[in-house]
Write a protein that binds this ligand. Structure first.
Ligand SMILES: Cc1ncc(COP(=O)(O)O)c(C=O)c1O
Length: 383
């Protein structure tokens, strides 16, 4: 199965202990996970644990009180949740194309897309590679724009030792089952501003005043006040218990993925498929996705036929992603067409993600390599 997570016995025990305690909702484990995560990010920002990265992105934008219809520039190469969260916040998504090599949002195209209504930039640290945050930060300063970093792929990402999420106003993380560490469903906001973090917390629990988070404690009944029409986005202790355990192993998992990544790079180097670009100097790539590009002209097989052939060989593969304008909803709502974002279009039509979970054994990795070599080797077009 693609993206099957590494789960240890301690994880199961920690979850069982919470279940046995009878306190399943938001409580001490969530607070602990927030503290631990913040500490992992060198104490930067104010954490708000939520039940998905989609919720984290939505709340980040909802908390800032941008006027409805304000434009938010994001990338054409991302998961639909990035774009949907902008729409949920009552804002208007505007797409920029990506760099053809790094696959992250192209600052030059961001500049081209700025209008008098632009209020924010939402870069996605794609596959675990940090976006060019110096350039994006400069654009944001010049035009007085907020930055919301989609760090769903980028828990371990750093640039010159500075963690991804510390460049903007908000960093939004995912602990979904395929991510680098998991809580089942789950997400986290790290906000630069304490007041905005507090607002996110209120919005995450029905818009009930801050103390509502503690209202089920032992210190007597507390009345809550609804101060906003909020959402139901709070994380549960069951999820946080898993997250606390997983976070302790984050470096081991990264090292394991690095070993798998290096094996793929070496073993597939002579094939005519596109391999991931090397990480930029002085950066740490979170190695979340290992994607190859299958161009029919050089590989002798279409991307979709390659996907089928891998599945036939019982190798789980993924597509991250078809570019956003390929989807009918966005075409109909915003009039976007894939060819307006040619790099994202090409990547989206040729990309295939190979398994890179820390759970994979050396034999599993050998099986993946053998399957790719068999399929491409037999179809290879001589150049
Ligand atoms: C780039 C990106 N942003 C946002 C999300 C949404 O994360 P979640 O599933 O935790 O809501 C994902 C999830 O896969 C993602 O890949």
């Amino acid at each position: 199965m693609f993206g099957s997570p590494a789960i240890h016995e301690q994880d199961a025990e920690a979850v069982a202990a919470v279940v046995r305690s009878g306190w399943l909702g938001t409580g001490p484990f969530v607070s602990q996970f927030e503290k631990d995560f913040c500490q992992y990010k060198e104490g930067w920002g104010f954490p708000v644990a939520v039940n998905s990265c989609t919720a984290a992105l939505h709340l980040s934008m909802a908390s800032t009180g941008l006027e409805p219809g304000s434009e938010v520039i994001t990338t054409a190469m991302t998961f639909c949740a990035t774009v949907n969260s902008i729409i949920h916040a009552g804002l208007t998504p505007v797409l920029a194309d990506v760099d053809p090599v790094t696959m992250t949002i192209d600052p030059a195209d961001i500049e081209r897309k700025i209008t008098p209504r632009t209020r924010a930039i939402l870069p996605v640290h794609f596959a675990g590679r940090c976006c060019p945050m110096d350039a994006i930060g400069a654009i944001a300063r010049e035009h007085n724009l907020r930055i919301i970093e989609d760090c769903a792929h980028a828990i371990e990402t750093t640039v010159h030792g500075k963690p991804a999420c510390t460049f903007g106003d908000f960093g939004c993380f995912s602990f979904y089952v395929t991510k680098n560490i998991i809580t089942g469903e789950g997400g986290m906001i790290l906000a630069r501003d304490e007041e905005l973090a507090a607002r996110c917390k209120v919005l995450a629990l029905h818009g009930m005043s801050k103390d509502a988070w503690k209202r089920f404690g032992d210190s007597g009944y507390k009345h809550y006040q609804v101060v906003s029409s909020g959402f139901k986005y709070n994380m549960m202790d069951v999820q946080a218990a898993l997250g606390i355990q997983q976070l302790r192993r984050i470096e081991d998992y990264w090292q394991r993925r690095k070993a798998i990544w290096d094996r793929y790079m070496q073993a597939l180097a002579d094939l005519p498929l596109g391999l991931p670009a090397a990480p930029e100097p002085n950066t740490r790539h979170a190695l979340h996705l290992f994607s190859v590009l299958i161009d029919e002209k050089t590989c002798g097989i279409t991307r979709d036929a390659f996907l089928d052939a891998m599945t036939e060989q019982k190798i789980g593969v993924g597509v991250h992603y078809l570019s956003i304008p390929e989807h009918p909803f966005y075409q109909q709502t915003f009039g976007w067409r894939p060819e307006q974002y040619p790099h994202a279009q090409r990547i989206g039509r040729t990309t295939v993600s190979l398994p890179i979970s820390a759970k994979l054994s050396d034999d599993d990795v050998s099986d993946v390599i053998a399957a790719v070599r068999t399929i491409i080797g037999s179809k290879k077009v001589e150049r």
